[in-house]
Design a protein around this ligand. Structure first.
Ligand code: S3P
Length: 729
């Protein structure tokens, strides 16, 4: 990755970065800079083979380095920036490993006025009680989190390099706002360190210390382990983050005073409640930690090949969500077949179980829902965690706004950064009481009410999630709720409500509902998801000698934009055996290779293919001439910014792809369309699968990082894709 890495400060962290970078072949040459007082440590680093050379002169150390990582205590960063300033090179990537981030950026600002765009602040959350290069190890960061806190002006190129660097070392990279990072770390790391140091200080100074340490087995030892950490470093961290720490210490003091009072007043029940809450919260936290730290998945695709065969891709995600929601509110038992057994749909399923609904399955795509009726849901005991699923959160916010109980909706990092105002604002005008974060994102705190009022809402964007959210809220509102859409969006909510016997009137661009209806259980056959089929529609089109049949695919006209766009580009797709299943049109899709040509994608088709653009960009890269997408600003607020992330990845693969505010311009090529390389999916399932499909026309292998979220919509992707002929591992 780099010709020369310079580590400034070669202690435990700097040394471990150097060792890992060498182990993973990330640089030919790794050097260190240090002060004269640290000469012993520097020469030991050289002896141990951690670095190739060291310098006491910073100019010599950073000369020709294309990556510089500052691993000094945060308190001296300002000094380091001043020393680096005369030699700052715009072609070099700079980063750090400090435990606090606002102080580091402030140090950079005080030296450079603005934070240099090629400096990406980073915090590897890993460490050990020992310090110095002797303590450094090659696997310190294996499967550990590294938090990056880029700012608006940060260069995407520098950011991508730092992301790739840490991933290749084996770490899990997350991005956070600077202040958020410092607040989170103050609570999860800095405060516990202060507590551990303070407790050992307090008890250690007591006369009976010998007694204490003699009997201090389990609790004391576990609780105070971190008091063995390097005191100098921790003074430095606590001072740098005191703004966040002091309020937390104050809150803790109040908490402790409260506990003291409870003991004085013999309020054992209250003490029990505090302990039980903490006990359960810790359990939840450990489970979440386990899930979030589960091994990250990297895909590798070998270039070329064809796709041939007949498959059935998994069930439609949108319909699977809705089947659980409406089945739960229905009277009677609803049987679902073809249910999507993947994380997003399961998040909805778990949420309804948490609200007291008995749901059997999924087993082989079959789910049985014992409906509780429109007013039968119960208050969940805990916040509803919805993972990566925007559909779950937006639809549930509408449905839950009209319940008589309170709920909290949370999600993963991606979901927690997606805009929720689009639903909370119109719901508020209906009288809902929903509190989001200041920037309009989740967690959402919903205070139930049974006094929602109907509204007429003209949606400012074409969004089926917003429309569905309001229709579900409309089931609990007084009067006729109408939603008008600026362009047609998927209408599964309206169709399925009708299927359950709940009247939704549709007229042109308007859908209307009131609270007088009732849902009666039914059977639902969920067809295959055209959004999952899309990967193979494109794959079989761009790969030579391909012939694929996709069975039982939902071809609801609000979803078939992908077929229309590909056909306009010259694709050869046949729609066979058209039939209607449970109120939804279904067909088998037969697709064969063909040479595509670039087009201007009609804006009217954009909402009808909204989830398919990542893979359509791959098609465009292989088409003859230019393809231009406009009117697709919504892509910027999907599971990731799909315009930017796809453009970044395509450019890495040598494709001429220029992102625009609301779309992309791609100059396609008929031969050598796509090169090889390493791309990052940013945890977005569809980006990961799209770049996998790109392998069919690549000249070299493609590595795609961060593919675990393929499990949110299409866990069988790898199996089905390799079955058809994609060389994916
Ligand atoms: C969905 C609607 C679309 C789509 C999403 C699923 C739905 O989102 O992108 O994957 O099930 O209603 P928007 O409503 O934000 O366009």
């Amino acid at each position: 990755m780099f010709n020369k890495i310079c580590i400034i400060g070669i202690g435990l962290i700097g040394g471990s970065i150097a060792r890992a970078a060498r182990e993973h072949g990330l640089s030919d040459c790794i050097v260190a800079y240090g002060r004269k007082s640290g000469l012993d440590n520097l020469s030991r680093a050289k002896e141990l083979g951690v670095i190739d050379a060291y310098y006491l002169d910073i100019e010599a150390a950073v000369k020709d380095a294309d990556c510089v990582i500052i691993c000094t205590p945060v308190g001296v960063m300002q000094q380091i920036f001043s020393m680096l300033k005369p030699f700052w090179n715009e072609h070099t990537v700079y980063s750090d490993a400090g435990s606090t981030k606002a102080s580091v950026l402030a140090a950079a600002r005080s030296v450079f006025t603005e934070v240099p765009t090629n400096f990406i602040a980073a915090h590897p959350i890993a460490g050990a009680e020992n310090s110095g290069v002797e303590a450094s190890v090659v696997d310190l960061f294996d499967n550990k989190r590294v938090v990056l806190t880029p700012i608006k002006s940060s260069s995407t190129d520098a950011l991508n390099k730092i992301i790739t660097f840490w991933r290749r070392i084996g770490a899990q990279v997350t991005q956070m706002e600077v202040d958020h990072h410092d607040a989170v770390l103050a609570a999860t790391s800095h405060l516990p360190h202060i507590l551990a140091f303070a407790l050992v200080d307090l008890l250690g100074k007591k006369d009976e210390q010998v007694e204490i340490f003699k009997y201090a087995a389990g609790g004391f030892k576990d609780f105070t382990r971190i008091a063995s950490s390097d005191p100098t470093m921790w003074v430095d961290i606590c001072m740098a983050n005191k703004q966040e720490l002091i309020p937390l210490i104050q809150q803790l003091q109040i908490k402790l005073a409260g506990m003291e009072q409870m003991l004085l007043d013999q309020q054992s029940q209250q003490i029990f409640e505090t302990f039980s809450y903490a006990n359960q919260a810790r359990q939840r936290f450990l489970t979440q930690l386990d899930n979030s730290m589960s091994q990250s998945i990297t895909f590798n695709v070998q270039p070329g090949g064809s796709l041939r065969g007949e498959i059935r891709v998994p069930g439609d995600k949108s319909m699977s969500h809705r089947s659980i929601m409406l089945g739960s509110l229905a009277e009677g038992v609803t049987h679902v077949t073809g249910f999507l057994d993947a994380e997003d749909a399961l998040a909805t399923l778990q949420a309804f179980r948490a609200m007291g609904v008995t749901i059997e399955g999924p087993k082989n795509g079959e789910v049985t829902i014992h409906g509780v009726g429109k007013h039968g849901l119960q208050e969940p005991k805990e916040p509803l965690y919805l993972g990566n699923s925007g559909t779950s959160m937006r639809l549930l916010s509408g449905l839950l706004a009209g319940q008589s109980f309170n709920t909290v909706l949370t999600g993963d990092e991606s979901l927690s950064s997606r805009p929720m105002k689009r639903v909370t604002a119109p719901l508020a005008t209906m009288g809902a009481n929903i509190k989001a974060q200041d920037d309009g994102t989740a967690p959402l705190h919903i205070t139930g009410t049974n006094s929602l009022k109907a509204i007429h809402y003209d949606m400012p964007m074409a969004s089926a999630q917003v429309k569905s959210c309001l229709l579900l809220a409309g089931m609990y509102a007084e009067g006729e709720t109408t939603v008008t859409e600026p362009a047609p969006t998927r209408d599964h909510t309206e169709r399925m409500l009708n299927g359950f016997g709940y009247r939704v009137q549709r007229e042109g661009d308007k859908a209307q509902i009131d609270s007088t209806g009732k849902l009666t259980a039914c059977t639902i056959d969920v067809p295959s998801d055209i959004s999952s089929a899309a990967f193979f529609l494109v794959g079989a089109t761009i790969a030579e000698n391909s012939d694929v049949t996709l069975k039982h695919v939902g071809i609801n006209p609000t979803r078939t934009g992908i077929i229309d766009i590909l056909r306009l580009m010259g694709a050869n797709i046949e729609i066979l055996n058209e039939r209607t299943v449970g109120g939804e049109p279904v067909a088998d899709l037969h697709v064969q290779s063909s040479q595509l040509k670039g087009i201007d994608i009609p804006e009217a088709l954009v909402p009808l293919a909204i989830d398919e653009f990542p893979v359509l960009f791959i098609a465009a890269a292989c088409a003859e001439g230019q393809t231009r997408l406009t009117g697709a600003k919504e892509l910027r607020v999907k599971e990731c910014d799909r315009i930017q992330v796809m453009a970044d990845g395509l450019q890495i693969l040598g494709v001429d792809a220029q992102p625009t505010e609301d779309g992309m311009v791609i100059q396609g090529k008929t031969t050598d369309a796509i090169g090889g390389g390493e791309v990052i999916s940013h945890g977005d399932h569809r980006i990961a699968m799209s770049f996998s499909i790109a392998g069919l026309r690549a000249t070299d292998s493609i590595t795609i990082h961060d593919c675990e979220n393929v499990n949110t919509s299409f866990p069988e992707f790898r199996n089905l894709a390799t079955h058809l002929g994609l060389k994916l591992t």
